[in-house]
Every structure is written in structure tokens, then in C-alpha cells.
Design a protein around this ligand. Structure first.
Ligand SMILES: [Fe+2]
Ligand SMILES: [Fe+2]
Length: 213
């Protein structure tokens, strides 16, 4: 590993908010949801039992493309979002931050009918040469196409009420990296802007040390 990468990794590991106990961190975040506790707990029950929420990767080949990667990413984003909000815009409730951060990429868990990300198998040639697949996961093209944020809303809304700001934050969390999001440019609410930044910070810095090297 490159020296700068090692140093960066140590720095990130040393940050107290990155306590390396995913389950505890996940539970601590859930405890911040008070007003919609029952709705949220129904939603969590549904996604934990009926989708790959607890085991899915965060991407096919980029940040946290490993088992539990989606949960780890969602927890990282929630913790980062609360820190940003506390500093920049404390009017937003922790509850809102936890809900949008934990749900923004929920669509990556797929549906009860199938996972969105499937484990990739090595090609015949790769297997023969003793190599693994080029990328750890691939998209399940059997699912009806929905963008990840739209599938997140599709899964969440039957179980939990969202404010317009929360819905906006989830749907447009990729910001201007995605052409479809041109329509929201300059109309983002503070929660959406903060979620976009927290998501990018985690994906590009916290979870991918190569980028900061
Ligand atoms: Fe995303
Ligand atoms: Fe994300």
C-alpha cells in the first residue's frame, strides 16, 4: 500500500466517529428516531427481513463493494450528515438526518423479489488462471429498472411518512453528478445539500483511501 494511503487510512481510523462497531453505530442512529419510531421500526423490520439491506454491497466495484458495504456506507453517511448539520444548520432534527441518510441508498438492497447486486463469478479463463472475477458484483438486470433513489422511495413510502424536504434529499442525493438531477439545480433545500455532501465525503474520502492518496 502506498505510504500516503497508509497515513490517510490511519488518520481516518483514528477519528472517533468512525468507531468500528457497525451494529452498535446502526442501533445508536435508530435510537435518534423518536417521532416516527413505530413507522421506522416497521420499515426496518421489512427491509431487514425481505431485502438484502443487511448484506448488500455499497457498489459493484467502487466504494465498499463487499458484504455489509451498503449498511456501513449508510451509517457513515448518517454520522457525517449529523456532524455537518450540527455545524452548519442545527435547525434540522437528528431524526430527519438519520432517516434520509439510512434510506438514501436503500434501493441498492433490491426488492423482496431479488437483490440489485449479484455476486460476480469469474469467467472460464479467469477460473483456469486462478483469478477471481474482474468486479466483485454485477447488476441484476431482471429487476424492473428504477434508479437507486427512486427505488429507495418506492421501498420506504408504504411504511414511513416523509416530509417534502426528506423526499427531495433522498431522490436527488447524487446532486449534479447525475444528468437527471438538472431540474433540482439551485432549488435544493439545506437537507438535500448536506446529504449530497455527506454522501460524497463518505464515498470519496472515508471509504476510498485511494482517492485521497
Ligand atoms: Fe447513492
Ligand atoms: Fe450513498
Amino acid at each position: 500500500m502506498h505510504l500516503v494511503t497508509q497515513t490517510r487510512k490511519k488518520e481516518m481510523e483514528g477519528l472517533s466517529f468512525m468507531e468500528n462497531n457497525l451494529k452498535k453505530r446502526y442501533e445508536a442512529l435508530q435510537a435518534k428516531i423518536v417521532k416516527r419510531a413505530d413507522e421506522f421500526s416497521n420499515l426496518i423490520d421489512f427491509i431487514e427481513k425481505s431485502t438484502t439491506w443487511l448484506t448488500a454491497p455499497a457498489s459493484t466495484r467502487f466504494h465498499l463493494c463487499k458484504e455489509d458495504g451498503l449498511l456501513e456506507h449508510s451509517v457513515n453517511v448518517a454520522e457525517t450528515l449529523i456532524r455537518l448539520k450540527d455545524t452548519l444548520y442545527p435547525h434540522i432534527e437528528d431524526e430527519s438526518c438519520v432517516i434520509v441518510a439510512l434510506l438514501h441508498d436503500l434501493g441498492k438492497a433490491g426488492t423482496p423479489d431479488g437483490a440489485l447486486y449479484l455476486k460476480n463469478e469469474p469467467t472460464e479463463r479467469q477460473r483456469y488462471a486462478g483469478y477471481g472475477p474482474t468486479y466483485p458484483y454485477r447488476y441484476n438486470t431482471d429487476l424492473t429498472y428504477l434508479s437507486v433513489p427512486v427505488r429507495s422511495l418506492y421501498l420506504a413510502l408504504p411504511h414511513i411518512t416523509l416530509t417534502e424536504e426528506e423526499a427531495q434529499a433522498i431522490v436527488y442525493h447524487d446532486g449534479q453528478y447525475v444528468d437527471d438531477n438538472r431540474s433540482v439545480a439551485k432549488n435544493e433545500c439545506p437537507l438535500a445539500l448536506l446529504l449530497q455532501y455527506a454522501d460524497n465525503w463518505c464515498g470519496f474520502v472515508v471509504e476510498d483511501f485511494k482517492v485521497s492518496a
